[in-house]
Design a protein around this ligand. Sequence first.
Ligand code: ZN
Ligand code: ZN
Length: 470
Amino acid sequence: MSALTIDSDRPRLRWSMLQLFNYHHLHLVSRCTRSRKACSFSGTMVKRKRNAVEGEGGSTPRSARVSKKAKLVEDVGITAVQIEKVGVKVSSTKSKRKVEASAQDVIDLSSFPERVSSEWKVGAHVSAAGGVENAVLNAAKIGANAFALFVKSQRKWSSPPLTESSISSFKSRMKELSYDSKFVLPHGSYLINLGNPDAEKREKSYECFLDDLRRCDALGLELYNFHPGSTLGIVDPSVSMTHIADCINRSHRDTPGSRVVTVLENMAGSGNIIGSDFAHLGEIISQVELKSRVGVCLDTCHMFAAGYDIRTKDGWNVTVESFDTHIGLEYLRGMHLNDSKTACGSKKDRHDNIGVGHLSIQTFAHILADPRMQNIPLILETPSHEGSNKNWDVWVKEIAVLNHLSSSSTLAASSSDEVSERMYFGSLTQGIKDTIKAAGTTGGGTASRGGNTVKRGRRKVYEEQEEESE
Ligand SMILES: [Zn+2]
Ligand SMILES: [Zn+2]
């Protein structure tokens, strides 16, 4: 668990294994070793080391709610647990349970970063390559409490429907890994432009949008995040905003009984893109009939690029107040936590790793100290710098740092010593920089998000992944 250890002199995160052991069926398995891409829960076994159950260095107070099965692991000192499923042979003795299975069918949970039991739902936009069900596993692998995914190819108008087995596997993994659908924020196709003034093209976008919504519904999800759209420079923004609201209303009518909330994302504001101004999002929502099915996702990089200076605590509070005035905090359903490669007001959508860009780690420290941001998905869309081993070490580190900030916010806030505070934030940022550097030297370098891996040259600067396409 060294990846999660921050600084030994910092307050320790109260890592809890509750999440990982709070399974109805503690079964986990697949062909998902680091050298393999495809994952399948064909078998059912969890292998976990004793020290992992006890948390960091054994000093973490053990939750009283640890499941009986986890307790069993401790009591008998077994190294693997197999829960009533077919495909794996088990023999047990009173003191030890021996599990027989081929190595490739076992996921070693001790290689998963621990997930923190917290009101802060930090995660990342993970790959769904090989099937949406793999996104759940990929989220757990990086210690995410929340995650985002594409429910189909984000750059194609149509994709094959989700298979029954994919849907059931997604749902069972959600349950097994204790993920709540409230903290899963699927991202819509980049091609969709509900504000397109051309009726025929808008219809095509609408069909793609509706298909996304139905996929979310089939997966038992509750949120669906999408980019509002663009005027394409042809019409006044107000015309596009009405088109967007009309499409949202139509989608709600076309999915009766669905609880999926259509979540508008704030944008950086390049070109003719709608949604960089909170007032625009508020205007669209005012035209939506079914208010319970509309919300907003706030992207920190986009906010900053659009001119909202959130670097100071005061600036952050003014921005949140502006959000409340123009939209309403009750509509906030999630956040994208990204640093920005470009300056405030640049209108450029260029994501950077946490603490490395213009926002700096202090921005995230005050966001992760604001209780209004609790219990909503907080999703990283930062460059992963993953190498060929796909270990996503950078996301693991970023998530650990963000969780650390959330757990030590009171201490940081009470610190009056400017120098030590600067050193503290400096060391956290350096930790992320070191992880990026290590990933770049060991992996060869790719920047990816959501399965959209783009090979770049070794040591090259990584560009952000999301695009404000028109
Ligand atoms: Zn987006
Ligand atoms: Zn972006």
